[in-house]
Design a protein around this ligand. Structure first.
Ligand code: DHK
Length: 145
């Protein structure tokens, strides 16, 4: 079985470190990726780490992951709250999914409380900033080995 994890990031996460740092923090997406690479190496996983501002591209990557990945870690950004297309693609993935958010979406505006990913995820890690991605990798280590 493959030991690759796809780590997918949705819209605006390319601006991490510059966008509303009081909310999203000062780490950049490159920092998050570097931390993920370290954590994945320690856990014995390879990772594919990507970001897109386009819903359809995220859907295509989820389809690709069905063939290539043992699990998906996803921060779908605002699409978390709106995208039935991403929800449907993740249902078809049929392997463990961990939802990650930098912020505690439940403590923010009501529109962010609803996640279309949560009902089909193994679990969700929210509110721990970039560390959430590392916690997700650790959780998958337990689940997949
Ligand atoms: C990131 C975003 O871009 C928002 O649209 C979500 C999420 C929350 C985060 O906390 O990582 O509502």
């Amino acid at each position: 079985m493959t030991s690759t994890i796809y780590i997918l990031n949705g819209p605006n996460l390319n601006t991490l470190g510059r966008r509303e740092p009081a909310i999203y923090g000062s780490a950049t997406l490159a920092d998050v990726e570097a931390n993920c690479r370290k954590a994945a190496e320690a856990a014995g996983f390879g990772i594919v780490f990507r970001q897109s501002n386009h819903e359809g591209e995220l859907v295509e990557w989820i389809h690709e992951a069905r063939e290539e990945a043992a699990a998906i870690i996803i921060n779908a950004g605002a699409y978390t709250h709106t995208s039935l297309a991403i929800h449907d693609a993740l249902r078809y993935f049929d392997k463990p999914i961990v939802e990650v958010h930098l912020t505690n979406i439940h403590a923010r505006e009501e529109i962010r409380h609803k996640s279309l990913i949560a009902p089909i995820a193994l679990g969700a890690i929210v509110g721990f900033g970039p560390q959430g991605y590392e916690l997700a990798i650790t959780a998958l280590k337990t689940r997949l080995t």
